[in-house]
Design a protein around this ligand. Structure first.
Ligand code: 5RP
Length: 306
């Protein structure tokens, strides 16, 4: 039976310690609700507000992409080294063990293939299903200047509205049609439109000239895509420049999973993003991990999954 008389004497309300209320450090996110912030803090590490997301959603429009033929075999071993996994709900349910603790950024638009007009997308996931798979963010493609610009912006707006109802942030992905230049003028336009319409963070491309202005002009965090496979040192240089010029990290796919040693590469990318390591030193790390056999292991030990 509780001792009611003793309650006040034993409790300590730390009367001399004011309750703290720290600003949420992630760019442009301080006014969000608790659930949004909590999910964003799972994706962007609170220590540095940066992330290394592993993008493996390519199959949603290009089928069995090289390196993703067997996600269960090639991607599971990389999950421990990623801060978040960008993936479709189909691949998630069929190939990723539900025991993983890494946040999922759920590909939520689709509806076209490489055989057709790429900008012709629709929303491809119900918000209820995103909740069911415990998504930490929703990803939607936006084709500024594309044939279906208007519809893709509509998809973003609907996803943002649905995400806001459930406290799930939205990542807009700036899809760039073949006919458009990936320069600072275009990327600045596209990323700003996405942020203005409510995206909580934006995936875009790095550009050699003017990227700092693109990042500064976007009021929410930017992460960069890797794009087509590059020599490892070049991919590391791109990541280094991007974070030095204001990106909050990478959402990289082919430049990791198409490497000879993907596990070594994702660790080298981490060194750049989270430790500000130079591309040259990160490349040395890549080579030493690769020669030590990192990157050739398959998904066998249960500890590798988490
Ligand atoms: C398409 C996408 C992807 O499918 C993917 O995430 C791209 O990643 P990467 O360019 O690094 O392979 O977002 O626009």
């Amino acid at each position: 039976m509780p001792d009611a008389d003793d309650i006040l004497e034993r409790k300590n309300f730390y009367l001399e310690v004011p309750q703290t209320s720290k600003a949420f450090a992630l760019k442009g996110s301080n006014a969000l609700d608790w659930g949004m912030k909590n999910r964003l803090a799972r994706i962007f590490l609170p220590d540095d507000c940066r992330t290394v997301m592993l993008a493996v959603d390519h199959g949603y429009f290009q089928g069995p992409t090289t390196g993703l033929e067997r996600i269960d075999v090639t991607i599971c071993p990389l999950i421990p080294y990623a801060d978040a996994l960008m993936i479709t709900r189909g691949a998630l349910r069929s190939t990723i063990p539900p025991e993983i603790t890494k946040p999922v950024v759920l590909r939520s638009s689709g509806g076209q293939s490489i055989l057709k007009e790429l900008s012709n997308e629709r929303i491809a996931v119900d918000i209820e299903d995103a909740v069911r798979v415990n998504a930490s963010a929703l990803a939607v493609q936006v084709y500024i200047g594309g044939v279906h610009e208007h519809e893709s912006i509509g998809n973003l707006v609907e996803i943002v509205n649905a995400g806001n109802r459930h406290g799930i942030p939205t990542m807009a992905v700036t899809g760039v049609g073949k006919e458009l230049a990936r320069d600072a003028k275009y990327l600045g336009l596209a990323t700003r439109i996405c942020a203005e319409l409510g995206a909580n963070f934006v995936k875009t491309y790095y550009c050699e000239k003017g990227f700092a202005a693109v990042a500064a002009g976007c009021p929410v965090p930017l992460v960069i895509a890797g794009g087509k496979k590059l020599p490892e040192i070049d991919a590391l240089r791109m990541a280094y420049r991007a974070v030095s010029e204001g990106a909050a990290g990478v959402d990289m796919g082919r430049n990791i999973f198409q490497c000879d040693a993907p596990k070594a590469m994702i660790q080298a990318v981490r060194a750049v993003v989270h430790e500000n390591e130079t591309p040259e030193r990160a490349y040395d790390l890549y080579l030493s991990l690769k020669s030590a056999g990192e990157g050739s292991e398959l998904c066998t030990a249960k500890t590798q999954l988490r």
